[in-house]
Ligand binder design. Sequence first.
Ligand code: UD1
Ligand code: CA
Length: 470
Amino acid sequence: MQTPVTIVILAAGLGTRMKSKQAKVLHRAGGRSLIGHVVRAALPLAPPEQIYAVVGHQAERVREELASTGIGFIEQTEALGTGHAVMAGRERLASLDGLLVVLYGDCPLLSAGTLERLIESQAASPHAATVITTLLDEPFGYGRVVTDADGRIAAIVEEKAASPEQRAIREINSGIYCFRAELLWRHLDEIGTANPAGEYYLTDIVEIFRRHGYSCGAMLLEDAREVLGINTRVDLAQVDRIFRERKTLELMLAGVTIERPETVTVDLDVRIGTDTVVEPFARLLGQTSIGEDCRIGACSIIADSTLGDGVEVGPFTIIGTSAVEAGARIGPYARLRRDNHIGAGAEIGNYVELKKTRFGPGSKAMHLAYLGDSVIGADVNIGAGTITCNYDGIKKNPTLIGDGAFVGSNSTLVAPVEIGTGSYVAAGSVITHPVPPGSLGVARERQVVKEDWVRQRREKARLENQDRVV
Ligand code: UD1
Ligand code: CA
């Protein structure tokens, strides 16, 4: 039988160096929270009920962020250090046998594959613990791995406590460990606070084990990037860039053309079909899914939306939580604000804004319009400057427009109102009553023409001036 594995993710710290009102582990890189990345790496290695996050600072929000993963939580009421954070789990975890993996919530690039190797390496070893380490040219801020004459790990020394010689050590502690659980619980309380920060350092356990005659192993990673820890916003930007480079690379290798990929922002959960072209400076965010053969214009922003095949999004277009069916064309300079559904082959042109609107297949709104809380049928033409007055100062009201209707330019549709199938609205109308199917709605003053008016007016003005001179 395989050794049972329990995973504990430390996520209770303040993250002082972020200088933020928000807990560090809730900051985002690649479109996901830092803690979200770590939990994702842990999930393939243990069932969710054997994974715990230690929460403290903004515990409620961290729980919320991870609610869908099904993992458990442990409260650390005061953030007194990484050793203290593990101690907080004693009651829940000390009875569990096997291996205990400790991860830090601010280390989001770690992969499940590396974790698996760590667990295998510890399980096959005589050590009390195995630590992931790596070599850094600039190890500042990390705990340094001190080895003895035989090359075994003797201690991990934190930056603040390190001597100048120790600071010169390039091998650093990643903060990812696999312990023999029973030994950890037996000796954990021997960790004290005799260090410059006055914190319980989990890293002290290495020396403690050694004193009791147990050894610790190191698993040295070639690729240091995988264990980059985030302490400041500079680290955050660096890690975010790594995620995004990986993502665009993966998409390009899967058949997506990305022009100037270094300028494009694609969140990790975004899906894009083959032969779609993404122009420079596009931002594709959240749970967005884009079909094949689409074109995403320069500087567009698409968030949490679904686009079918062959959709064209013009430059500077903004789309939020909307669905766009195959072959539709949106923009340039259009905004689908939220909860819209655009039918196949429909066209939404420049300076057109939609909110909570179903826009039927083949319908067109090419210029300067606002369509809110509307249901618009198929093959409808919405003229330039059409406005749905969906808000009466108290509540939102719907506008219904039937198939094949033609709404003339600069029409004002005062909701609730219905424009029947195949009917016309005359340009410049203010429509306050239903227009039945097949009819024309005109709601404006009839035009008056005053012939010869200009000459008469000038004549009148001339006579008045003469009077004044006399
Ligand atoms: C830690 C390690 C250091 C290692 C580095 C790797 C210690 C003492 N030092 O330093 O050797 O090189 O990570 O990135 O462990 N946390 C809690 N409760 C606390 C304190 C921290 O849950 O009381 C959590 C934080 O939320 C964070 C993680 O533990 O996710 C690491 O804490 P942090 O303060 O960032 O440790 P480092 O100083 O980076
Ligand atoms: Ca850290």
